[in-house]
Write a protein that binds this ligand. Structure first.
Ligand code: SAM
Length: 170
């Protein structure tokens, strides 16, 4: 199972970017996102996406990050521009173990770097948690996320022009 832990979420400032972190997590093959701050609005947005577009992606807000991290039975990866290069580490991660991927918002406290098994950078320039997560999941799944079946009520049919949407229920 692939899980995300979004830390430092500030409701007013980060609502769009945290929503995008969750949407990228779901689309790129993760199973669950934990968000440290309680935020019913993001829960509703993501739950509505799952209801329409399918899959079993779960969202939990108001998650106790210390409890989750101290009791995690699997691998913990922290995405940070200060980490070791993605290329060097990604193939060392045991894919048979549950994975928890931490992404920050504001400054990430030092204990997060300590508790993580791997601090991994997606390039050593500052950019975005959305981009870092997408590139990491693409590499971790060897690009296989793209074949994931969601079996949703809505399915988009790839098309060169216009929008082709298969609607099973609506
Ligand atoms: N200033 C914050 C700090 O010192 O930790 C980082 C803020 S950054 C906008 C938000 C998040 O994006 C980071 O916590 C990290 O998870 C992710 N991020 C940004 N650039 C990254 C990079 N080059 N590699 C991996 N993750 C990155």
């Amino acid at each position: 199972m692939i899980n995300i832990l979004r830390i430092g979420h500030r409701i007013s400032r980060d609502k769009r970017i945290t929503t995008h972190v969750a949407l990228v997590a779901r689309a790129f093959g993760a199973d669950k996102i934990f968000i440290d701050t309680p935020d019913k609005k993001i829960e509703e947005t993501i739950t509505s996406t799952v209801k329409r577009f399918g899959g079993n992606f779960k969202i939990i807000t108001g998650a106790d990050k210390k409890k989750i991290l101290h009791s995690w039975n699997g691998t913990i990866v922290h995405l940070t521009m200060y980490g070791e290069k993605l290329n060097k580490i990604v193939n060392k991660i045991d894919k048979n173990k549950d994975l928890l991927i931490i992404v920050g918002a504001e400054k990430v406290p030092p204990w997060i770097y300590e508790i993580s098994d791997y601090n991994i950078s997606v390039g050593n320039q500052p950019h975005s948690e959305v981009a870092a997560l997408a590139v990491f999941l693409d590499r971790y799944t060897d690009g296989k996320w793209v074949n994931k079946k969601f079996n949703g009520n809505l399915e988009i049919l790839p098309s060169n022009k216009g929008k082709k949407v298969l609607s099973k229920k609506y």
